[in-house]
Design a protein around this ligand. Structure first.
Ligand code: SF4
Length: 231
């Protein structure tokens, strides 16, 4: 398998009835007024970025009017403004924005994926939906493995989802499971015997960035450590 085939298969997945209904309802009837004249993607969000990444960024799930509108991870919403600007400052993103396909954005050395690939109501996927979507993350982890040097999880759900994917794909993960916290760094051993650290940041959601729980220097500090690891 290759990344292009994986992304194509993800983008037509219909395994979660509630999320299929929601993503299509938003695309058809629930558009935000500012985007009323735009076509919505209304499908799962495939990974975006370098097909041979040294860094895998793991988010939670697409936003109804972000990825569910544009079809690209973290693209077209405030969370995306934050993460792409930070990835640009760290040297992974060509431009400091991500608005829509054809906006000039390109990632070098990094690929962005998510624990759940369809926009969930209230940004809250159920446990069953997280479990149903997990094989897509496993596939991304397997494909990234040969070049991977570090993983950055955004938020506790991305952190837990990556640890579970790592276990399922043969990585050595300490038990009890390491706990999520901003700036946490967990050394993990890959199936091919290398140490690839998992780093954690608070999620770039407005809930965190508007309140100052996550600041640009806090995110930059974590990405500077990631940059040292990936070269
Ligand atoms: Fe498929 Fe994942 Fe979307 Fe469920 S959340 S329909 S498993 S892509």
């Amino acid at each position: 398998r290759d990344v292009g085939t994986l992304d194509a298969r993800i983008s037509v997945c219909r395994a979660c009835p509630r999320l299929v209904e929601w993503r299509e309802d938003v695309a058809r009837d629930g558009r935000r007024a500012a985007f009323a004249d735009q076509p919505y993607w209304g499908r799962p969000g495939p990974g975006f970025g370098d097909p041979a990444p040294r860094l895998l960024v793991v988010g939670l799930a697409p936003a109804a009017n972000g990825t569910n509108r544009t079809g690209r991870m973290f693209t077209g919403d405030r969370s995306g403004d934050w993460i792409y600007a930070a990835l640009h400052r760290a040297g992974y993103a060509k431009v400091p924005w991500s608005r829509h396909a054809g906006d000039g954005q390109q990632l070098d050395g990094a690929r962005i994926v998510a624990a759940v690939r369809c926009a969930p109501p209230g940004n809250k996927p159920t446990g069953e939906e997280r479990a149903t979507c997990a094989p897509w993350l496993d596939a991304d982890v397997r494909l990234a493995l040969p070049t991977l040097r570090a993983v950055l999880a955004l938020g506790a759900i991305g952190f837990e989802a990556f640890l579970a994917a790592a276990r399922r794909t043969g990585w050595a993960v300490a038990r009890p499971a390491p706990r999520f916290g901003h700036g946490v760094q967990v050394p993990l051993v890959t199936p091919d015997g290398r140490v690839v650290p998992l780093l954690a940041s608070y999620h770039v959601s407005q809930q965190n960035t508007f309140t100052g729980r996550l600041t640009e220097p806090m995110l930059d500090d974590v990405l500077a450590r990631v940059r040292t690891l990936t070269g």
